[in-house]
Design a protein around this ligand. Structure first.
Ligand code: SF4
Length: 370
C-alpha cells in the first residue's frame, strides 16, 4: 500500500491559498491592536483563538506572532478568518497596558519601536519577574467576582491579588492587573507592586505603574483619599516564602503610619519625572526593599496625561536623553532608532532574517562580563 503524499492531505491547497491571500492582512490587523491582550481579545471574540489569554502569551513567546497567527490557518477556521479580515471593523479606542505605559518613562521611543518592528531578544529580568509573580499568585485563594462585589458592598476589607483594572482616560483605554490591592468597601487602601531586580532602586516606571492603578481605581468610583502606594523590590531568583506579601503590606502600612505627606512641586511642562519631589518612606529588610508613598491625584494625572498623549496620537514618540540607555538599547544595536544619543554597545550580536511579514531582528545580549 502506498503512503499518501502531503498533497493528498484534504484541503491543503485551500489552506495554502487562504494563507497567501489573508495572512498579511490578518497580521496587520492584529499588530495594530497595540497590546497582546487586545490582540488575544480580538482573535478570541472572532472565534479564532478559543484558548485563554495565557496560552496566547505563551504561544507568542515561543513561536512569535508570525508563528502564532500561521497556526490559526486550519481548514475549519478559514471562513472565520475571512470574515474577520474582510468584515467591517468598529473604530476602536486606542488601548494600552499599564506595564507598557510605565515603560515610556524609561524610553518612549523603545515602546514605539517595539510596536513597529519585529525584534526578539532575551531577558534574565523578565524570566525572574514571571517566576516571582507566579509564586505570589499561588499563595492567593480563589475568590469569585460575586464574592468581591458582595464584600465591596458590605464595606468589608478585601485583599485582591492580580486584580484586573480598566479605565478610559484621555481617550485611551488603560488596562492592567495590579499585583495586590487592599480595599475596605469602596475605599482603596493599598496598591502593592512587586519588582524582581538585582538593583534595589525605585525607578520612575515603578512609580507610574502604581499611580496608574490608583487613577484607575478612582475612575472606577473607589475613594483614593487615603490610598497608599507601595513598591517592593526583591532580589532576582529569591525563594518567595508564604506570607511574605502580607508581611510587606503590614510593613508598608506601619511605615506610612510614621507620617507621610503627598506633595507635587514639579515643574509643569515637558516629560514629567515621576520621582521629582516624591515624598516617600523607605524600608530596608534583608529580604526586600520597600518604597511607600501616598496617592496624589495631580501627580498621577500629570504623568498619565503625558504618556497617554502618545497613544491618543497627539504627539510623536520622544527618545530618552540618556546616553547610557542608548548604549544598552537593543533597537539601537539593530540600527532602528534615529533618535539615539550614543552608539550601541558593540558586543551585542544582531541577526537579521527575512520573517514572513518583514525583517526580523534578533538581538542577543553579550555574554561577555561587563
Ligand atoms: S537608542 Fe536611545 S532613544 Fe533610541 S530607542 Fe534606544 S534608548 Fe530610546
Amino acid at each position: 500500500m502506498t503512503q499518501p503524499s502531503l498533497l493528498d492531505v484534504p484541503h491543503l491547497a485551500d489552506i495554502a491559498r487562504a494563507r497567501a491571500a489573508l495572512a498579511p492582512r490578518l497580521y496587520a490587523i492584529v499588530s495594530a491592536t497595540n497590546s497582546l491582550r487586545a490582540a488575544w481579545e480580538s482573535l478570541h471574540n472572532a472565534g479564532l483563538f478559543a484558548e485563554p489569554v495565557g496560552r496566547f502569551y505563551a504561544s507568542v513567546r515561543r513561536f512569535g506572532m508570525d508563528g502564532t497567527l500561521d497556526a490559526l490557518f486550519t481548514y475549519d477556521r478559514l471562513d472565520a478568518i475571512r470574515a474577520f479580515v474582510e468584515g467591517p471593523r468598529e473604530p476602536q479606542v486606542p488601548r494600552v497596558s499599564v506595564s507598557t505605559l510605565s515603560n515610556q518613562f524609561y524610553c518612549e521611543m523603545q515602546v514605539h519601536l517595539a510596536r513597529t518592528h519585529s525584534l526578539r531578544t532575551e531577558s534574565v529580568e523578565l524570566a525572574a519577574g514571571a517566576a516571582g509573580h507566579a509564586a505570589f499568585e499561588a499563595e492567593a485563594e480563589e475568590i469569585s467576582p460575586e464574592e468581591i462585589t458582595r464584600a465591596i458592598s458590605a464595606g468589608e476589607p478585601l485583599e485582591l491579588v492580580e486584580m484586573p483594572l480598566s479605565a478610559e482616560l484621555h481617550g485611551v483605554r488603560l488596562v492592567g492587573r495590579a499585583d495586590r490591592i487592599h480595599l475596605e468597601g469602596r475605599r482603596a487602601r493599598l496598591v502593592l507592586e512587586f519588582k524582581f531586580s538585582g538593583r534595589r532602586e525605585l525607578f520612575p516606571s515603578h512609580v507610574v505603574q502604581v499611580e496608574a492603578y490608583g487613577r484607575m481605581l478612582e475612575a472606577n468610583s473607589f475613594n483614593t483619599e487615603r490610598l497608599l502606594h507601595c513598591v517592593a523590590v526583591l532580589p532576582r531568583g529569591r525563594k518567595v516564602t508564604d506570607g511574605l506579601a502580607a508581611e510587606i503590606a503590614a510593613r508598608a502600612v506601619a511605615a506610612a503610619g510614621e507620617g507621610l505627606s503627598a506633595i507635587d512641586n514639579r515643574a509643569p511642562a515637558g516629560q514629567p519625572d515621576p520621582l521629582a519631589g516624591l515624598t516617600f518612606r523607605r524600608v530596608d529588610d534583608e529580604a526586600f526593599g520597600l518604597w511607600v508613598f501616598r496617592h496624589h491625584r495631580a501627580r498621577a494625572e500629570r504623568d498619565l496625561a503625558w504618556a497617554l498623549q502618545y497613544w491618543a496620537g497627539h504627539r510623536a514618540p520622544e527618545g530618552t536623553v540618556s546616553r547610557g540607555k542608548c548604549k544598552a538599547c537593543h533597537f539601537n544595536a539593530a540600527n532602528l532608532c534615529d533618535a539615539a544619543k550614543a552608539p550601541p554597545d558593540g558586543r551585542y550580536a544582531v541577526k537579521r532574517t527575512e520573517g514572513r511579514y518583514g525583517v526580523l531582528h534578533v538581538v542577543q545580549p553579550s555574554m561577555a562580563k561587563r
